[in-house]
Write a new protein. Sequence first.
Length: 530
Amino acid sequence: MDLPESSVSRADEGRTPRRVGPVDREELVRVIEQSLYSLGYRRAAAALEAESGVPLYPPEHDRLLLDVMAGRWDACAETVRAVAGVGDADRAVAEFLLWRAHYLELLGTGGDAGLRRAREVLRRRIAPLGVDRRCVHWLACAMVSCEGAVAPEAVVGWRIAVFLDLVEVLPPWFHVPSGRLEHLVESAVTKQVASCIYHNLPDEITLFQDHKCHEQHIPSKCAQILCGHNNEVWFVRFSNNGDYLASSSSDFTAIIWKVEKDDTLTKKHCLQGHQKPISFVAWSPNDRMLLTCGTGESLKLWNVDTGECNLKFGGSVDYIVSSCAWFPNSEKIVCASSEPGSSPNRIFTCDLEGRELEVWAGDRIPKVSDLAVTPDGQHLIFVSCNDIWIRELPKGREWRFREKQAISSLSISGDGQSLIVNLNSQEIHLWEINEKSTVPEKFKGHKQEKFVIRSCFGGSDSLFIASGSEDSQVYIWKRHLETPIKVLHGHTMIVNCVSWNPARPHMLASASDDHTVRIWLACKTGSTCS
């Protein structure tokens, strides 16, 4: 017989529901209690237990703890057998932990009586459990050597350890895992951040509301146009500490710009000395030196403080250096080159005096268009035609990924776990730097058919990818999303290269054939972009 709606309401009046949405009320209360105790709010936790009527630990927990500490092993075994939700394998492990504890304590007491009782426990309690025979064999050997035996003065600490081991085997409801509430909150925040397309400000996370960033958190406002070059700007790169920006041009110069505290950039040095366009620059990890590659010229090393050229690599022979990279100690570099005439392609390392240390040459070395070293110095990565080569250092083990289209450039994430390559098929592919990586993530929308376009990782935790484009625009993607989330307009010719400031995730630079470098900023919290 169905009760009237009013009767059902009165029957339930004053009764606390077992579940709050998908969450079990008692589980929630226990998790809160455990967190309060761990944070040191013991009176608050005890008050919550009293008011809610929900104890932090079930009766079986306290009973097992008391029996373990008292050495009542038969009672412990009965409790373990009565605990609900324990599979046969886990129950056997739990009982093994109990009887092993009893066995080793008996060995510790010494004497014939102790050995006799220990032998009985091994035969009647442990052997029938069917645990790993090697464990049983070790325990049997311990009877002779007394290895692992528990001395009487160590019994208390030993039993505490036994109880903690038991808790790991029994179901979660038996003992709330340490830090469970914190883990749940952290997981929820992490999931919200991961699903937030525009997340780029780490300090914006709060527990007081669901996390959601505005698109203005992405660099999208052109705050400054740098006009120091008088020809196409081919390359741009922020220093590792974010305090400087280097740009290079087909006007044969490179410029070091200082990033001021107010996010404006001022010219620090104009590096002159190349006789041909400069196609590539590389900051040393300590940001004290800068390498420049000239088209068909030898490599030059510059002092960032003084703007002076400290070294010209290559001696009397001008290597055609296509790319270069630093090792983490700022004392060694690696270059890819081809020499005039019919000499083979080369990859070589050298010190800051120009002395070659290692050389890889020969027919098997392809013509390298770009290379990089991971921040930990463990992997050398280079690209050639359609291939991405990864060489594990110092072991020399190699593997490669093959693309269907020609690769024009390479960039590595800040954590050294991922790489991206620009393809002439107007796609950017992201690969994980491990042998198991098989299918890359793809990013589309920009234009690239004829020229070298360089992309980069950037933003908070390298969550974004930015790239130049032949249609004079800058494209920004969120990792794992194929289509752009932002397109920046302003340049009037091809955008050749972009660089995201590693220390200021709200700042992005772009270099263009229109002779300029543009600085893009995100709007600050509470402000409005014009």
